[in-house]
Ligand binder design. Structure first.
Ligand SMILES: [Zn+2]
Length: 359
């Protein structure tokens, strides 16, 4: 085994192994302290470079703590915010055509895998939701809608600039523009969406408005409190800045949902996807000569930067070699409750537990 590969395997083992085996020296009292210690840059954040109030809990961001090259942490609720917050021009560029080209994003089986995983999500949503329509927020290519329709579910999707003529089940609307279905929706799905929203708390309130009592919210997003986030620091794929604006921890997310009148029924990590791939991406990125794995699996016109055939082949070979370790790492951190993604099922009740902060 080469020295580089050996070091890579060791670094993965550190991610996968129980925390008790990997701590050296004083044990931090919270994961937040560890994350801050690992990633804290020297300079204080520019207070004017983002929203004055945390878009999740409403607290002032004046005391926000730097946690990475482009992130600060709200000292009130613990979410991290992309900081500086991107302006419209930067976001336009970040969501330019390469992000989701017409020919599909991924090479080979990538888009097919996406369809299969959406089928699994559709099965879950159909099983746990009461009768009625399902609303998929950020429906993308409509794979989840297709899977829900195949199960006989009425479902509509929201997607900006959607071709609503080709797909009448898509709406080119924002959440707050969508009319409440008669009797209320059975489910609202926010599948790797909430982290993209500049006002995520308002999206949750819109979900409350749209849902019938007993209706379910199904939500998945990256876990900023995961072992991967800590281990890979700024290089963790799921920060995905500047597209991801708010980086949630399970505790902050659940507290906010409860305050808006949801009862969290199920939480987990593996069902939200991404865990193995993000671990793999981080590990491959540590091997000299390997390219960006996310680019390597995308169609040529869906890449952020060109990638030569030879470099892509080397990247793929490295990925295949470390895949078992990445899978082990992802499973280990999920079992420990520190998985790379957060998966939540929450039921709308009629009684918010606290006064909402101002809209
Ligand atoms: Zn906050």
């Amino acid at each position: 085994m080469s020295r580089t590969l050996r070091e890579t395997v060791r670094s993965v083992a550190r991610v996968a192994a129980p925390a008790a085996l990997t701590r050296i020296g004083p044990v931090p009292t919270s994961s937040q302290q560890v994350a801050d210690a690992v990633a804290r840059p020297a300079s204080a954040p520019d207070r004017s470079a983002g929203p004055a109030a945390c878009p999740w809990c409403g607290a002032s961001t004046v005391d926000a703590v730097p946690t990475g090259t482009r992130r600060v942490r709200c000292t009130s609720c613990g979410v991290q915010l992309t900081w500086p917050w991107p302006d419209a021009a930067e976001l336009d560029h970040a969501y330019a055509d390469w992000y989701r080209p017409e020919g599909g994003r991924f090479s080979g089986p990538g888009d097919a895998i996406l369809r299969i995983t959406r089928g699994s999500t559709a099965w879950t949503v159909d099983r746990i939701a009461p009768d009625g329509v399902v609303i998929d927020v950020g429906a993308g290519d409509g794979h989840l809608l297709d899977a829900l329709h195949r199960r006989g579910r009425d479902a509509i999707g929201l997607e900006r600039d959607a071709d609503t003529t080709a797909r009448p089940d898509l709406r080119d609307d924002a959440l707050d523009e969508l009319e409440r279905p008669d009797g209320g929706a059975a489910a609202v799905v926010l599948w790797h969406v909430i982290e993209h929203l500049p006002e995520p708390r308002i999206a949750i309130r819109e979900a409350v408005r749209l849902l019938k009592p007993g209706g379910v919210l199904v939500l998945a997003c990256p876990n900023a409190d995961s072992r991967q986030a800590r281990s890979f620091g700024d290089r963790w794929l799921a920060w995905d800045q500047p597209r991801h604006l708010v980086h949630f921890t399970p505790a902050a997310l659940e507290e906010g949902l409860r305050a808006e009148g949801f009862a969290v029924r199920t939480r987990g990590h593996l069902r939200a996807g991404q865990s193995v791939f993000c671990a793999l991406h981080g590990l491959v990125g540590r091997v000299p000569g390997a390219g960006d794995l996310y680019d390597a699996i995308r169609q040529p016109d869906a890449r952020q930067a060109p990638l030569s055939g030879a470099r892509r082949a080397w990247t793929a070979a490295v990925a295949a070699a470390v895949l078992p370790v990445a899978a082990l790492a992802a499973a280990g951190e999920a079992l420990e409750g520190r998985g790379a993604s957060i998966y939540l099922e929450a039921v709308r009740t009629d009684t918010p537990t606290s006064e909402p902060h101002g809209r």
